[in-house]
Design a binder for this molecule. Structure first.
Ligand SMILES: *Cc1c(COP(=O)(O)O)cnc(C)c1O
Length: 425
């Protein structure tokens, strides 16, 4: 199967005025763009937004203050930006089939903070989320994050046997601790999330279900991962990961939480909305409503599966044995080298990944025993299964030549040849 690459960020190329005014920043941007075009970006949380998205993001809308919501603002001159925000809201609701949407959150982390407050969480209340090292996010209760500092956190885990969510433990902990909120949705979980199972636990103990689909929103929108909309009370997502939009976030909820969500975002934790980002979100939601986006989402998953299969053939251990979504985690528990060392060697060969902790991690978060790989960014550049199998071969070659500079350099040249043949950003 081949796909036409989706449009990337040609218009975002540094303009003549940046070149004239600030050569230092212009040239750093140029160098970083070249880095992207000459390497293979397998960072699971990154993606290339379209030219149209970046054009909206770079527009004059950057100027506007419009605290409040459409038709109820604290500023004048807002009639047109009201229409922009309303368009973004309407498209978000259509895309996900949600009753209410708030498109103002600056990013995924503040969206989660607003969601906890909207669900009535007070300091000291109990929140349940996945342990960070098992794939959860900082905002799901890490002690170094506001979530872990303000709330009493009960963490659940993946089962050591199945390496998937341990629902027996989730139910047991929920009965014992009666959390106000249970968070489902992760940063490094390669399997499908069973929203109905979480709903059953929440109903049994009277908890609210917060679905954080930051990583998988594009897969949900594209119909290749089940939607949490029928099950979750509140849903948060970033717009810049699989959804291919601007950096930012979105909160969806049932009508009964609409007021609480809106108040929690503004004036609860944010000031003026970023209208340029909101316009870019509107463009992104429209793109995700097109039939091609379904094909894109399916290709992301097909690519991840092809990469996983080839890595398994090369003897790698993958967390949970493979993937159902856009990402996979290579486990290096029994390897003499760390995730950090492997990620650095891969970078020398032009393959860009992120190190990742694994369930039962014994190394520090700086060293780690895993690397996380994702296919959304390369799929945006038009990569298909054949490319993924080739990349799997190179990843194995890097493992087998970890400190052989000459071998890494040879791989880097081959990587650059493949990367240069993909759609440029
Ligand atoms: C990326 C991510 C976030 C936070 O997004 P930022 O925009 O980086 O703040 C929240 N939750 C999950 C599960 C994520 O993966």
């Amino acid at each position: 199967m081949t796909t036409t690459p989706l449009p990337t960020s040609v218009a975002a190329r540094p303009t003549a005025s940046l070149f004239a005014e600030d050569r230092a920043v212009w040239s750093l941007i140029q160098r970083d763009r070249r880095r992207h075009n000459e390497t293979l970006n397998l960072i699971a949380s990154e993606n290339y937004a379209s030219e149209a998205v970046l054009e909206a993001l770079a527009s004059h809308l950057n100027v506007k203050y419009a605290e409040g919501y459409p038709r109820s603002r604290y500023y004048q001159g807002v009639g047109i930006v009201d229409d922009i925000e309303q368009l973004a809201i309407d498209r978000a609701k259509e895309l996900f089939g949600a009753e209410h949407a708030n498109v103002q959150p600056y990013s995924g982390s503040p969206a989660n903070m607003a969601a906890y407050y909207a669900l009535g969480c007070q300091p000291g209340d109990t929140v349940m989320g996945m342990e960070l090292s098992h794939g959860g996010h900082l905002t799901h209760g890490s002690p170094v994050n506001f979530s872990g500092q303000q709330f009493k956190i009960v963490s659940y885990h993946v089962s050591p046997d199945t390496e998937t969510i341990d629902f027996d433990e989730v139910a047991r902990l929920a009965r014992e601790h009666r959390p106000k909120v249970i968070v489902a949705g992760y940063s490094a979980y390669p399997r499908i999330i069973d929203w109905a199972a979480f709903r059953r636990v929440c109903d049994e103990v009277g908890a609210a279900l917060l679905a954080d689909i930051a990583h998988i929103a594009g897969l949900v929108a594209g119909g290749v991962h089940p939607s949490p909309v029928p099950y979750a009370d509140v849903i948060t997502t970033t717009t810049h990961k699989t959804l291919r939009g601007p950096r930012g976030a979105l909160i969806l909820c049932k009508s009964q939480y609409a007021k609480a969500v809106d108040r929690a975002v503004f004036p609860g934790i944010q000031g003026g909305p970023h209208l340029s980002a909101i316009a870019a979100k509107a463009v992104c939601f429209r793109e995700a409503l097109q039939p091609e986006f379904k094909q894109y989402a399916a290709q992301i998953v097909a690519n991840a599966r092809a990469l996983a299969e080839r890595l398994l053939e090369h003897g790698f251990r993958l967390w949970s044995g493979g993937t159902d979504n856009h990402l996979l985690v290579i486990e290096l528990r029994d390897q003499p080298f760390t995730g950090a060392a492997f990620a650095k060697a891969l970078e020398r060969a032009g393959i860009i990944v992120s190190k990742s902790t694994i369930p039962g991690e014994t190394r520090s978060p700086w060293q780690t025993s895993g690397v996380r790989l994702g296919t959304p960014a390369l799929t945006s550049r038009g990569a298909v299964e054949r490319d993924m199998r080739q990349i799997g071969d190179w990843i194995a070659q890097v493992r087998d030549n970890l400190s052989e500079e000459a071998a890494l350099e040879r791989i880097r040249l081959e990587v650059r040849a493949l990367a240069s043949g993909l759609a440029p950003i």
